[in-house]
Design a protein around this ligand. Sequence first.
Ligand SMILES: *[C@@H]1O[C@H](CO)[C@@H](O)[C@H](O)[C@H]1NC(C)=O
Ligand SMILES: *[C@@H]1O[C@H](CO)[C@@H](O)[C@H](O)[C@H]1NC(C)=O
Ligand SMILES: *[C@@H]1O[C@H](CO)[C@@H](O)[C@H](O)[C@H]1NC(C)=O
Ligand SMILES: *[C@@H]1O[C@H](CO)[C@@H](O)[C@H](O)[C@H]1NC(C)=O
Ligand SMILES: CC(=O)N[C@H]1CO[C@H](CO)[C@@H](O)[C@@H]1O
Length: 374
Amino acid sequence: MAFVREIRSLPLSSPLLLLQFLSFILSTFVDVGGAATAKVPAIYVFGDSTADVGNNNYLPGSAAKANFPHNGIDFPSSRPTGRFSNGYNGIDFLATHMGFRRSPLPFLSLTNKTNHQVMRGLRGINFASGGSGVLDSTGSTITLSKQIQYFATIQSNITARTSRETAEYVISRSLFLISTGGNDIFAFFSQNNSPTNSQKRRFTATLVSECTNHVKALYTLGARKFGVIDVPPIGCCPYPRSLSPTGDCIDLLNELARRFNRGMGSLMQNLSSTLQGFKYSIGSSHKVVLQIIRYPDAFGYREVRTACCGAGRFNGNSGCTPNATYCSNRRQYLFWDLLHPTHTTSRLAALAIFNGSQQFAAPINFRQLIEDSN
Ligand SMILES: *[C@@H]1O[C@H](CO)[C@@H](O)[C@H](O)[C@H]1NC(C)=O
Ligand SMILES: *[C@@H]1O[C@H](CO)[C@@H](O)[C@H](O)[C@H]1NC(C)=O
Ligand SMILES: *[C@@H]1O[C@H](CO)[C@@H](O)[C@H](O)[C@H]1NC(C)=O
Ligand SMILES: *[C@@H]1O[C@H](CO)[C@@H](O)[C@H](O)[C@H]1NC(C)=O
Ligand SMILES: CC(=O)N[C@H]1CO[C@H](CO)[C@@H](O)[C@@H]1O
């Protein structure tokens, strides 16, 4: 119930705004692929399974993997790559919009040859790891702190092999993409599904404060342009719905996501007014997903509750494994598996975040962020 109230009160529901949103999407579809040269030297990606392009494939014991069918069924050659998607994920589309021919490679796929790392590092690297969170205690995969340590080794290799000036030039003009927070919220929820207001406040304040350390660590290593992707209404994923007796979204998860997102907005604004040269945009996958849930028809969706691939209620009881069933009309599904969006949803979200209005990316969109050359 609270969830319904929430989406009704969103200020982006006027038909005019929706029309503008749709028309920019149509105009941008034509643009994609015609991209010429990259608009930033490199993209460095940090976060969880919403951004992982295969790092976890290199972690033998990890449970958070997607390098098996039916994942990747719509990827070129129907190849599972470790992306939690039927095709590409949001990072892939953002990289294309920024003029790259492909998404930056997973850090763990790079060989240990310093030259190779430096060459790749100059074009961007993806450090994201499915299952990770803001907190080191969340998940058992490559923590965000560890991802930043990996970047530090790349930064020092670039500096050693080129020059301090080159490293500073490349890194300060590159985009640092961060997509994280959802797993911390799930972990908190699994330990306490009826927290008091002060417990909620304390938890999200801890997350935001830990993010302050992460972002400052990257700034110290030379990062200046930050693209943060906020936490979607994760209470509406097929997995939480499958736990809910009524099949409704789990409000508490959505509320924690909103609190964390608000805190991140405040944090980034504060950092931009205190740290020299600090620039940022927060892309709202949250608002894109709420729009799709509210206006499925307008976006060509037929199913916004059940996952395309999985098992059990809402296909939300287990992941997309080789023995799971999957849908044929994948373009009409919001969710690919119990927790992740489809290729189609990721494409829509990336377009809105890259080139949309302030509803979807604020205070500027990702295009404006990377075109800012000061
Ligand atoms: C971004 O949107 C503007 C209109 O707001 C449009 O002119 C432009 O072609 C779009 N660019 C891309 C790369 O999508
Ligand atoms: C790089 O070296 C480390 C430790 O020496 C090793 O664990 C890792 O598997 C190596 N990575 C690759 C891609 O060979
Ligand atoms: C941002 O700054 C304001 C004003 O100093 C402060 O009240 C707020 O707590 C800060 N937010 C974060 C997340 O640091
Ligand atoms: C599907 O396979 C997974 C492991 O790949 C297994 O845990 C699960 O029980 C299987 N489910 C069914 C319905 O066979
Ligand atoms: C020259 C230099 O800084 N080399 C470092 C490159 O990164 C690896 C780790 O990935 C370090 O072990 C090297 O010392």
